[in-house]
Design a protein around this ligand. Structure first.
Ligand SMILES: [Zn+2]
Length: 240
């Protein structure tokens, strides 16, 4: 789905066959690489394409910002490929989990900065090398239009990191920064900028927590009606 603005096209590669979490201890580190925990995926990768400002692009951005556990980071890596430096070992691709967490932290900070509105568009661009974790790089394609009269500009990248950072920035410039749920702190898409919760379940959990902390309402009173609140929570979660 091309839009009037130049689109960005990610040329990605991913194993798509699951992952393993591999621990390298001091003894194995002599044969392999540094001591640490790694995400291992199969060497054979399948190419895929995602275009900016599509549902697929939004899904990828939300998936990485909300990936907190080793398994969530592994599932993301299996589906979208490596976000960061890959070491070829043990017949597959290994990504160090601590490095991956640092890079995901950079993307979360970028999203939070954009949500707070603390950014300016650099104009003109600074001279020389831009040393920033949010500096990104693209190649430019001129794609023939379907009627073969003229060309459409298309920015292309092989870098998953570049694509995700660009997606976060263009969302914010289009006044659609990703919001953060006040209860579970996951990043979420929403049409409304004042939306505070990702789901009725989180709205309900926050409501209960606020009510329990209010003076004048004893904890025993709140605890005294577990069946009602449990029923409401399960009704709310099935509604989402
Ligand atoms: Zn939530």
């Amino acid at each position: 789905m091309l839009q009037p603005q130049p689109a960005v096209c990610l040329q990605g590669e991913a194993a798509g066959t699951g992952f393993e979490i591999v621990h390298i201890g001091p003894r194995e580190a002599r044969t392999y690489f540094d001591v640490g925990t790694y995400i291992w995926t199969e060497k054979a990768r399948t190419p895929y394409t995602i275009i900016s400002r599509t549902d697929e692009a939004e899904e990828a951005v939300i998936a990485i910002l909300n990936a907190k556990t080793d398994n969530q980071l592994g599932a993301f890596t299996s589906r979208y490929g490596s976000l960061w430096h890959v070491r070829e070992q043990r017949g597959g691709d290994c990504v160090a989990l601590d490095e991956l967490r640092r890079v995901v932290g950079d993307l979360r900070r970028l999203s939070d900065t954009l949500l707070a509105g603390d950014f300016t568009e650099a104009n003109p661009l600074p001279n020389g090398l831009i040393m920033s974790p949010h500096a990104v790089a693209f190649n430019l394609w001129l794609v023939p239009k379907e009627d073969l009269r003229g060309f459409s500009p298309m920015f292309m990248t092989y870098s998953l990191y570049t694509f995700l950072a660009h997606e976060l920035i263009t969302r914010a410039l289009g006044n659609r920064p990703l919001l953060v749920c006040n209860a579970c702190h996951d990043y979420q898409r929403s049409a409304r900028k004042d939306c505070k919760f990702c789901s009725p379940k989180c709205r309900q959990a926050n409501h209960r927590a606020t009510r329990a902390s209010q003076p004048g309402r004893s904890a025993a009173k709140v605890r005294g009606r577990p069946s009602v609140s449990a029923a409401m929570t399960s009704a709310a979660s099935t509604a989402t």
